[in-house]
Design a protein around this ligand. Structure first.
Ligand code: NAG
Ligand code: NAG
Ligand code: NAG
Length: 383
């Protein structure tokens, strides 16, 4: 029997090393016992209980022995893990009910959910939870959104329950009147998640990870989580054919949106807004990432990011970090979607629009443009 065990062990060792090397794709699984036990079962198919116990012990021994070498090799070879810190002591990004924690390797924040909306009547076909990143003071913009693309009358995919939309607002005690007003608004509309995070540019990565944490933990039956800014014109119904034709595949580990160029350089000039220090990310270029104003991420991929964010050092460029660097490190695919416009000065006249980042426009301009495009969309549907 011992001879059989010894025969089996090298095979196991090979598998363990393979797992460590492939940690990018299997990072999540590697952390779960289920995965280990499958490996062990594969190694011990023909063994008795006693021999299996020996293999289990050896398995973890081999795993420990091999942990150092392959990972440090990986770190040297692969740029996409340049900010990864496997010796971090940070606990993982995690929901504790009314509190939660968001972790990067070098900074963690303990947060609280100040208001949690009720997710409405579950339906069998829940596809997308769309979360609008909003600021506490943007009351009038929220009104405009509720009147335009969020409105059931305008968007069938929302009307039939396939998409649900919520706002995410971060705020800290300080302005009591504003806090009261936002909570009141949250209670009367039932569509705002409020958390205690100061709503600043530097905090955006924490806000977006909180958004993903909400989606994966508080609304996990949605297959896809969407992140959208409140200055994006959006036609949710254009997603229906993309979902039906599996262009958007909710069973994959994927992010969908407008992708960055594959040769985008990391800004190293400290005086520039998108400056990133080498200690956070030490490659000259970014991996391809989905641009922040609008993207969709499968719940599976979001979960993988949430569970592994603690290995990545913090940096402020939120979309490059979360929908690029971390995604790349975990083997999450990024796909480009049609009809997504990126800039406020893009010429969108008469074009089919899924989303358009029309930043720096007034509520009036937003409303007017939406009405025009909606009329166009409806004409197109009738013909
Ligand atoms: C990794 O994180 C730990 C703290 O969690 C820190 O002490 C250590 O210096 C970090 N290592 C690197 C290489 O950044
Ligand atoms: C950094 O940017 C500033 C302002 O744009 C510019 O004046 C300066 O020359 C740049 N520094 C380097 C090293 O490129
Ligand atoms: C960045 O990488 C270069 C080349 O691998 C290395 O010499 C340098 O020390 C690294 N810098 C930091 C801050 O990690």
């Amino acid at each position: 029997m011992d001879i059989t065990v010894l025969d089996v062990v090298p095979k196991c060792k090979k598998m363990v090393i393979y797992c460590i090397q492939e940690r990018s794709a299997f990072g999540k699984m590697l952390e779960t016992f289920r995965f280990h036990s499958t490996m062990i079962r594969n190694c011990t198919k023909r063994l008795t209980l006693k021999a299996t116990i020996i293999v289990v012990v050896l398995f973890y021994w081999v795993l420990l022995q091999n942990q150092e070498a392959p990972i440090s090799e990986l770190l040297e070879e692969r740029c996409d893990r340049s900010g990864w810190n496997y010796s971090t002591t940070a606990g993982r990004t995690r929901d504790f009910g009314s509190r939660f924690r968001v972790s990067f390797a070098d900074i963690q924040k303990s947060q609280r959910w100040l208001h949690l909306p009720k997710i409405k009547n579950p339906t069998w076909n829940r596809d997308i939870l769309m979360i609008v990143a909003s600021r506490p003071g943007s009351v009038s913009r929220r009104k405009v959104l509720r009147k335009t693309w969020m409105n059931k009358a305008n968007s069938k995919i929302i009307r039939n329950g396939r998409m649900q939309v919520l706002f995410l607002v971060g705020m800290v005690a300080g302005d009591r009147d504003l806090m009261k007003a936002v909570k009141k608004e949250a209670e009367s509309f039932g569509d705002i998640i409020v958390m205690n995070l100061e709503d600043t540019y530097d905090n955006l990565p924490f806000k977006v990870l909180s958004l993903l944490l909400y989606g994966t933990n508080k609304a996990s039956d949605f297959k896809i989580i969407g992140k959208i800014d409140d200055d994006v014109i959006f036609f949710p119904d254009r997603l229906t054919p993309l979902l039906d034709e599996n262009v958007i595949d909710s069973s994959s580990y994927s992010i969908y949106g407008y992708l960055s160029q594959d040769d985008e350089l990391v800004v190293r000039n400290e005086t520039k807004p998108w400056y990133v220090p080498e200690t956070a990310y030490n490659c000259t270029k970014y991996p391809v990432y989905a641009l922040g104003p609008f993207y969709l991420i499968t719940n599976k991929a979001a979960n993988l990011i949430v569970e592994n964010s603690r290995f990545q050092n913090f940096m402020t460029v939120e979309d490059a970090l979360i929908a690029g660097i971390i995604a790349e490190g975990l083997g999450i695919q990024r796909h480009s979607l049609p009809m997504v416009f990126r800039y406020r000065f893009d010429n969108t006249d008469g074009k089919k629009i899924l989303s358009w980042h029309m930043s720096k426009r007034s509520d009036r301009q937003f409303l007017d443009f939406y009405q025009q495009s909606l009329a166009l969309y409806q004409l197109e549907q009738e013909s």
